[in-house]
Design a protein around this ligand. Structure first.
Ligand code: NI
Length: 135
C-alpha cells in the first residue's frame, strides 16, 4: 500500500458561534474565534489517498488528478470565502477545524478514482492540526 499526500493552502474567514447565544456566551465557548465581525485563518489542508500501485502506470493515482479534484470540490468553495456564509458543504455546521475536516472528507470520499481516501488533515495554525479518517 502506498500513501500519497497532496498539500494545499487556503485563506478563509469564519466565526464560531451558537445561534441564539449572546456574544459573551459565545466568547466563553469559542474564545477569539467567536468575534462577531469575523476573522481569518491561513489553513493548510493535507489529503492522503492510499492504494496499490497500478503496474501499467506506476501510479496509485495521478497526483495532478488528485489536485484537480481537491480544487473542484473543496478549494473553489473555501479559498477567500466566508466559511459560515459562502461554503455550500458547511451550511448549518459550526466551522471548527474538526467539522471542516469531516465535511471535506465527505466532499472527497466518493470522488477519488483509484485508491481510496485515507485521511484529511487540516492545520488552522502551525501548532494545531486536526485529522479525520472517516470513522
Ligand atoms: Ni478562528
Amino acid at each position: 500500500m502506498v500513501y500519497i499526500t497532496r498539500r494545499e493552502t487556503f485563506a478563509a474567514a469564519h466565526r464560531l458561534f451558537k445561534p441564539g447565544a449572546s456574544d459573551e456566551e459565545n466568547f466563553r465557548m469559542f474564545g477569539k474565534c467567536s468575534h462577531p465581525n469575523w476573522h481569518g485563518h491561513n489553513y493548510t489542508l493535507e489529503v492522503v489517498v492510499a492504494g496499490e500501485v497500478n503496474p501499467e502506470t506506476g501510479f496509485v493515482l495521478d497526483v495532478k488528478e488528485l489536485k484537480n479534484i481537491i480544487h473542484k470540490y473543496v478549494l473553489e468553495k473555501v479559498d477567500h470565502k466566508n466559511l459560515n456564509l459562502d461554503t455550500d458543504f458547511l451550511k448549518g455546521i459550526i466551522p471548527t477545524s474538526e467539522n471542516i475536516c469531516i465535511a471535506i472528507w465527505n466532499q472527497l470520499k466518493d470522488k477519488i478514482p483509484s485508491g481510496k481516501l485515507y485521511s484529511v488533515k487540516l492545520y488552522e495554525t502551525e501548532n494545531n492540526y486536526f485529522e479525520y479518517r472517516g470513522e
